[in-house]
Design a protein around this ligand. Structure first.
Ligand code: KG4
Ligand code: ZN
Length: 301
């Protein structure tokens, strides 16, 4: 059944059902067994408490049974480290635009595991705006990929939606006004005309959402004299964001690093990649490790 979003209790139950078969399948696809593992990295926040607890307790159980070290990883640092998968390395410092269903942040990394947040959303995250706009256009959840696909065929200048805070000198974002602007437009147009112009509405919304991300990120890089920009999180899969960020950065001779599409949305490889950094520094978590649903980037569990 489609609930138009994630229902926390159902998500926790699905985690309980799936965690053992998924770990088995991951090991089998990698062609290794439990005896080949050197350490266990686990997400300890931010996120839904029930789902986090399932993962954490399973990881603790494995770590006890196999006598392996444990590392608690922040989900958002995982997203940033998706850029280091596929054997890629990035020279420091670099700036990362972290864009997901719950976060919109510009982060500076001076070195491994050191994060400084330069700016973030004051209300909705950009992924949340994609999902809410998709919902009011009666598109299935998650809405980001649907809007991205329909926007390909639409006119991005059909409506000039507001670009919140684009002229402000700081690096904060706001997306609730843009979502309301789309709602007001569809109310004015009525259901039939909105359906006829679905692609144009998607394209105009996407252009407004992405323009602010691109302009603010490049401006932050210029202000802090940083020459490398990385993208992270589910919205980093957005085709316009990837294209536009590359073009805008090229104007200022900056390099853009893009995680491969399969590692933009939530995945376990990115958490394991952060684990590697912790383990190589003998930075282990104790078995008292807990979950923190509102954990911020830079805070450890
Ligand atoms: O990082 P993620 O998988 O989960 C969270 O940590 O939130 O991000 C999910 C978000 C959703 O809001 C989804 O709509 C959005 O990423 N998303 C996209 C695209 N693919 C996923 N948004 C825009 N364009 C896409 N192609
Ligand atoms: Zn995520």
């Amino acid at each position: 059944m489609n609930f138009g979003g994630v229902v926390p209790e159902l998500a926790s139950r699905a985690h309980v059902r799936k965690i053992i078969p998924i770990v088995r399948e991951a090991l089998s696809r990698a062609g290794i067994g439990l005896q080949d593992i050197d350490g266990i990295a686990v997400t300890c926040g931010p996120g839904l408490i029930g789902a986090l607890l399932v993962g954490l307790n399973y990881a603790k159980g494995l770590s006890l049974a196999l006598d392996l070290p444990l590392a608690g990883v922040n989900h958002m640092e995982g997203h940033i480290y998706a850029n280091f998968l596929n054997g890629h390395s990035i020279s420091f410092p670099f700036l990362c635009l972290v864009v997901s269903g719950g976060h919109t942040q510009i982060v500076v990394m001076q070195d491994h595991l050191r994060y400084r947040i330069l700016g973030e959303t004051r209300d909705d995250a950009v992924g949340e705006a994609f999902d809410k706009v998709a919902k009011l256009l009666q598109l299935p959840y998650p809405g980001g990929p649907q809007v991205d696909r329909l926007a390909e065929e639409g006119n991005p200048h059909f409506v000039e939606f507001p670009r919140a805070l684009i002229k402000k000198a700081d690096f904060d974002f706001s997306y609730s006004g843009l979502k309301t602007a789309v709602l007001n437009l569809t109310r004015e147009m009525g259901p039939e005309k909105s359906r006829q112009h679905l692609n144009d509405i998607c394209a105009s919304f996407q252009r407004a959402a992405v323009e602010v991300l691109v302009k603010k990120t490049v401006e932050a890089a210029r202000t802090h004299q940083i020459k490398r920009i990385a993208l992270a999180g589910g919205v980093a899969a957005n085709s316009l964001l990837r294209r536009w960020m590359r073009d805008e950065a090229a104007r200022y001779h900056m390099k853009v690093i893009l995680p491969s599409l399969e590692y933009c949305t939530d995945n376990a490889a990115m958490i394991a990649r952060v684990g590697l950094e912790y383990f190589s520094r003998q930075h282990y978590s104790s078995r008292d490790l807990n979950v923190y649903p509102s954990l911020r980037l830079g805070e450890s569990c």
